[in-house]
Design a binder for this molecule. Sequence first.
Ligand code: ADP
Ligand code: ZN
Length: 526
Amino acid sequence: MTAPPASAALDVLHRVFGYDAFRGPQAEVVEHVVAGGDALVLMPTGGGKSLCYQVPALVREGTGVVVSPLIALMQDQVDALHALGVRAGFLNSTQTPDERRETERALLAGELDLLYLAPERLRLGSTVNLLDRSTIALFAIDEAHCVAQWGHDFRPDYLMLSELHERWPSIPRIALTATATEHTRAEIAERLDLTTAKQVVASFDRPNIQYRIVPKAEPRKQLLELLRTEHAGDAGIVYCLSRKSVEQTAEFLTAQGVKALPYHAGLDAAVRREHQARFLREEGLVMCATIAFGMGIDKPDVRFVAHLDLPKSVEGYYQETGRAGRDGLPSTAWLAYGLADVVQQRKMIDDSEGDRAHKQRLSQHLDAMLALCETVECRRVQLLAYFGQRGEPCGNCDTCLTPAETWDGTVPAQKLLSTIWRLKKERNQSFGAQQTVDILLGKKTPKVEQFRHDELSTFGIGTELADGEWRGVVRQLLARELLAVGGAYNTLQLTDGSREVLGGSRKVMLRKDPERTRTRRSTSKP
Ligand code: ADP
Ligand code: ZN
């Protein structure tokens, strides 16, 4: 196979896309695919993945077939290509039969440079038949992590993509994703039969994003303060776990004079479309959303991404925060995280369907996320390490800007754990964090008196810490599984690790939660 001269790709880049040069590893990928090779490309959001298959599709003979789960965005993607004079079409379930027939005709007539395809279409014999009768330049598999069960966004339809190679062995395939640990990457390669493909991994660092993870107190107020002091009038995304909290947050912000809209899967498709369009079109709009929002959305000037609830995995966190600052300008990734998040997420995993291996996987994801929250090291270094990349302390995250202190929390941890142990042993009871902390602080609340917990020998032995500090201790012990939650009421329970702490064979170094002061952006003026 002889590749067209390298200048063919550059020519397309200049002429069609109007760019001067390839960026980062684009040139290497494009050259390889133009020459007919397979590739697995890992690039952060905003890294420029699209050109990696669009340019080869235009250089090679035939149509580039792009498999993508982002059905809602296909029309926009195709419109954008039309505006550049590229002949593009798509096939998915939102079309009328007439529209579909027209696209199929254009494909067979060789009138398409790019065809976007929803993965489920490949399940249809008619689609396979159609592709058999057309000239295909390449297959691009976008959002390739959807094939990995290990990842956070598995889609069963993606499993069929392994058949592309069996059916069309001579057509080059390029799989692309913005999120992949070693583990996910190996799984993608394995499942898509790309183990011998060229792997290209761009740096995952997003230096213009400032990472900050703060203890959660009154999350909406904390968010408002962030918006008022640093992001007035900026466009941003606020992620919440539940639809209800999405609605409430949007209402709260609106009442405070911030232009905000809700977005979640429970809203009407038309409403969702309208809100998304407004977010893209208008300036300074804040989108309050569940994680249903954002994949594939290319808005360059998102100045902040805020999480009011803990993401389930580092991969999810990275992908969601990655929607900030695609234009390269300073942006904030802000997450408020607290004790209740840990309790809730552990509980959700317990209650989740699926076998033990599945729950274990969810647990490992959560543990990595918790480790990122509780680290006293540079957040960016920790984040990059998760993706198998090395970095230096960045100077642009909260722990770099305001180094977190650690303190020896062994004795408080023992006081807490022994209270839980006594409740169980002496009373056969278990309670949640609040009651346990009240006992340690020696608070005679009605509930303490009702259960006569003031008679426990650990009553009032913990006055050296304030209520919030105790909650920080509980949270960090939970995060490290030195404590667990269980039972119908999410009560605190001991683990094997707790026994080591109680027995004195394990020391507990804790992160000192910062006072609720703002970490100001290093570049801003006082
Ligand atoms: P990804 O899919 O990796 O998130 P995109 O392909 O959407 O990223 O590209 C992100 C942005 O960068 C787009 O606005 C795109 O036009 C721009 N871009 C990509 N490659 C180049 C390049 N070589 N030169 C200039 N701009 C580029
Ligand atoms: Zn840092």
